[in-house]
Design a protein. Structure first.
Length: 297
């Protein structure tokens, strides 16, 4: 199959491209820059130049492919609402090109706000998020599925390797700047996690075997406590580890304060049962943090 991948040169997308090609698929990757185009070509993928704002390009890439995987997202939190709207329009454009064809579209979402305070499963439908969290990738995919597009969702937790660790990367930068590594309250709230090389095959399995409207969890560790994360950062940076109140955390963490107190464990039991995915080959989050390049002296 020829698969169109947005975010093909990114942290997760580049791993997906490699996994797809290893499995025998051909890849058409979206690239914004000369450097991105060169890296895709070097990996053996076809290149489509453009960005998420180029809706005609997105429609063209999906139309000429046997399926699409959407991982691209601009993580500039200073313009988060605008980036969420761009993401929504991009998903709509991809879906419009695949409508009525039976060709699959796999969209990226997250586990964080699915069922705060309890173990989230794939059967949980997300509640309406707060106005301050306008990302609607999952809702957009569900709307497409209801209109006959073979759209499914992969929900990501904290995706990590030794160079990046999702939101934890921002926590490392804040701890370095402030001279302390912090958590909220007792720090026993939990974040799920997965290594990026374990997450990548799930996108391929969702593309090959998934069903319209389905939700899949790319979760290896169901819940790593934020205190453990803060302690690993403290060890790496050799800074004190402290507990903050919610009010103190809002000031200390900035935009990250919204997330750092969340208790959002998640299970992938149904995903493993339905797609045969096994996230067992890579290090866990704390092990990667203990060897993280961002914490190196």
């Amino acid at each position: 199959m020829r698969i169109f991948v947005t975010g093909a040169t990114g942290f997760i997308g580049s791993a997906i491209v490699s996994d797809l090609m290893t499995a025998g698929h051909r890849v058409l990757g979206l690239a914004r820059s000369d450097q991105g185009a060169a890296s895709l070509a070097a990996a053996g993928a076809e290149v489509l130049r453009g960005s998420l704002e180029d809706l005609d390009t997105l429609r063209s890439g999906a139309a000429k492919s046997d399926g699409a995987i959407h991982t691209a997202f601009d993580h500039d939190f200073s313009k988060f609402a605008a980036n969420c709207e761009m993401d929504r329009r991009a998903i709509e454009a991809l879906g419009s090109a695949l409508a009525g064809s039976g060709r699959p579209l796999v969209v990226t979402s997250g586990t964080g706000l699915i069922a705060p305070g309890r173990l989230a499963t794939e059967d949980d439908v997300p509640a309406s998020g707060p106005a301050s969290f306008p990302r609607v990738s999952e809702e957009t995919a569900a709307s497409l599925a209801a209109r006959g597009v073979c759209a499914s969702v992969v929900r990501l937790p904290q995706v990590h390797d030794r160079d990046k660790q999702g939101l934890v990367t921002y926590a490392i930068a804040i701890a370095r700047e402030k001279g302390v590594s912090a958590f909220v309250g007792d720090g026993l709230n939990r974040w799920p996690a997965v290594h990026r090389l374990d997450a990548a095959p799930l996108y391929r399995l969702a593309l090959e075997k998934g069903t319209a409207g389905a939700r899949y969890h790319a979760v290896d560790e169901e819940g790593v406590t934020v205190r453990e994360i803060a302690e690993a950062i403290g060890r790496g940076l050799k800074v004190p580890v402290v507990s903050l109140s919610r009010e103190e955390a809002a000031q200390h963490f900035g935009f990250l304060g919204f997330f750092v107190g969340l208790d959002c464990p998640a299970s992938s039991a149904l995903t493993q049962e339905r797609l045969g995915w096994r996230p067992t080959t890579q290090p866990g989050l704390i092990e990667d943090l203990d060897h993280a390049s961002a914490l190196a002296a």
